[in-house]
Design a protein around this ligand. Structure first.
Ligand code: RDL
Ligand code: RDL
Ligand code: RDL
Length: 154
């Protein structure tokens, strides 16, 4: 049975890990391994351990960069680590970051975090079991959490 790793943080203001797990379970039968760490800079090694030690086939890295400049730097560093981990392990890590300042208030932030986590969870199921469905969506302006932008036309 395929195994999906869920790496998430206590820094985030919404439980995106729970939302992602719920969406994955609704749409597939896979085993889930969860690893919660304090913040986004701790995600790369959590992902690597999920792959190397807990034998996950694919991982989701869920986190919330704060709104201050230091948090944006932190997010960039975390992303670089997550990308390096993918190259080291040759496994996909779907990064689900929601920046705290993407939404005007806590209520909309929670809704955005829930929706982005669920939409990327579906991307994980597609990457595992139905890559052709992603191929069919190529060039269609998909977004996660927001409305899709749609294709540009000549
Ligand atoms: O290793 C412990 C911490 O350094 C680590 O958890 C950091 O990711 C925590 N952190 C910051 O130090 C910071 O300045 C976080 C943010 N900003 C942030 O915006 N989002 C986080 N963590 O999840
Ligand atoms: O791993 C899942 C996503 O994190 C990954 O697909 C990103 O490349 C998605 N993405 C962003 O998160 C973003 O902030 C993209 C852009 N911006 C972008 O400008 N163009 C993209 N993806 O193709
Ligand atoms: O143009 C508006 C948004 O698409 C843009 O701000 C994106 O960069 C928002 N975004 C992130 O900041 C991010 O860290 C997105 C993702 N991750 C993502 O995974 N998927 C998105 N947007 O559609």
């Amino acid at each position: 049975m395929a195994k999906v790793g869920i790496a998430d943080t206590t820094f985030a203001r919404y439980d995106m890990g729970k939302a992602a797990i719920d969406e994955i379970k609704r749409n597939s039968s896979v085993k889930i391994e969860r690893y919660t760490v304090p913040g986004i800079k701790d995600l790369p090694v959590a992902c690597k351990k999920l792959i190397d030690e807990r034998h996950c086939d694919i991982v989701m890295a869920l986190g919330m960069p704060g709104s201050k400049p230091v948090d944006k730097t932190c997010a960039h560093e975390a992303s670089m680590g997550i990308i390096i981990c993918q190259l080291m392990t040759n496994k996909h890590i779907i990064e689900v970051f929601v920046h705290e300042d993407e939404a005007p208030d806590g209520r909309e932030l929670a809704a955005l975090m829930d929706k982005r986590a669920r939409e990327h969870a579906l991307n994980v199921v597609r990457l595992l079991f139905d890559q052709r469905s992603l191929e069919r969506q190529a060039g269609t302006g998909q977004r996660q959490g927001y409305e899709d932008v749609g294709p540009a036309r000549i």
